[in-house]
Design a protein around this ligand. Sequence first.
Ligand code: AMP
Ligand code: ZN
Length: 470
Amino acid sequence: MKFSVYNTMSRKKEEIVPLKEGEIKLYTCGLTVYNYAHIGNLRTYIFEDALKKSMEYVGFKVKHVMNITDVGHLESDSDTGEDKMSKGAMREKKTVWEIARFYEEAFLKDFQLLNIVRPTVVCRATEHIQDMIKFIQILEEKGYTYIANGNVYFSIEKYPDYTKLANLSIDELEAGSRVEVDPFKKNPLDFVLWFTNSKFTNQIMQWESPWGKGFPGWHIECSAMSTKYLGERIDIHCGGVDHIPVHHTNEIAQSESALGHKWVNYWMHGEFLVMNNEKMSKSTGDFLTVSRLVEQGYSPLDYRYFCLQSRYRKQLVFSFESLTEAQKSLKKLKSRIKNIAEGHQIDETLDKGKLQVYRDKFIAQISDDLNIPNAFTVLSEVIKAKELNNTEKLYLIKDFDKVFSLNLAEEEALNENSNIDEQHIESLILERNKARAEKNWARADEIRNMLLESNIELVDTKEGTTWKVK
Ligand code: AMP
Ligand code: ZN
């Protein structure tokens, strides 16, 4: 199982060597749930979903953890500006708790609509306050923190590798960090681990802590929760490129200081979705959501397809014209697949060797730093291939769709339910009987599994083999 990815830390493409053979521990930063996810955020989650499914396709077992930020994220990533959750609550005249749960649900609904599989663990910051407090206590015991104006800060001077992920100098990082400087910070790049004395006196989300009643800073949640669910070392950590200079830089500083060793082996960052040459941003209030796209006549999967047409490390320019092009192209693709589904012959069988040739081509693309656009080229080759019969084509289309997740053979599934091709099933049962008589168990199993994929279950009885719809 070879799988290469571009590692932001080394700035090179590297072949993944998992911490435990055959397994990948993946952590992805979740949404700050003070508003709907915009389609830019969702581009990043689609990239992470395709990454996870590609690694599963080549045979890795992936444990995926994603946090939900429902406390502690101020408007600027470096502890200045308004509190995002309180801002959402004021905007809608609701409590921060109501805002958090409402937008978390909306976010996970978007996952469903976009065929993004739910991570193995989805964990809320507010439910892990004690884990964060313990993490901060370790940092305090090791001498990485100081208290000023009632807040607990991480001192970056104590962690000499601070600039390694962003690959910028301290001066450059400072120049990039935002305006309003907190006068209590010893270094402008220090960051808050725990607020007790915040400017938001009406902050509702507060917890007791050794430093007084308050709430956590934003970055600490990812370190605490990833360590809790994935252990002290993880294989891959992802997010959007905006997280490189502040959020992920701070996550690394506090995690490696507390743990005393390297924390993440591969850092992967998705580039931004941009519109009219600007990054899509929630702070302006003018942003596009999945439901806005649906209102305009697009399906969520049109958007997924649009995103998958470009490499994750390239900026993607959004326009309704290009989304319309993607919609047309997906429609065309599905109609070609429908023809294939309708056109198969009763006596068609699967040639495993031929299938593997195409599977290998597909794997070569997805495992090359997630070259999904080229994986679509392999799909086109399959559709056009003269040497493949329709049954083989359909098998491969469904197989590749484990990664694309575009319901490519959906039409065909509908047909199957209403119009089951009994003759075809009977011919496959005969073929399976023959394979079993010849002790060709691999082929026999293959036929059983192939039918199972079409929701047909074989039942072996003394009288012979029958079938039923699952
Ligand atoms: P946030 O809720 O701000 O933490 O963002 C959630 C995720 O969306 C993070 O991984 C961000 O890096 C990512 N993100 C934010 N804006 C964009 C954008 N315009 N395009 C792609 N990803 C984005
Ligand atoms: Zn994070």
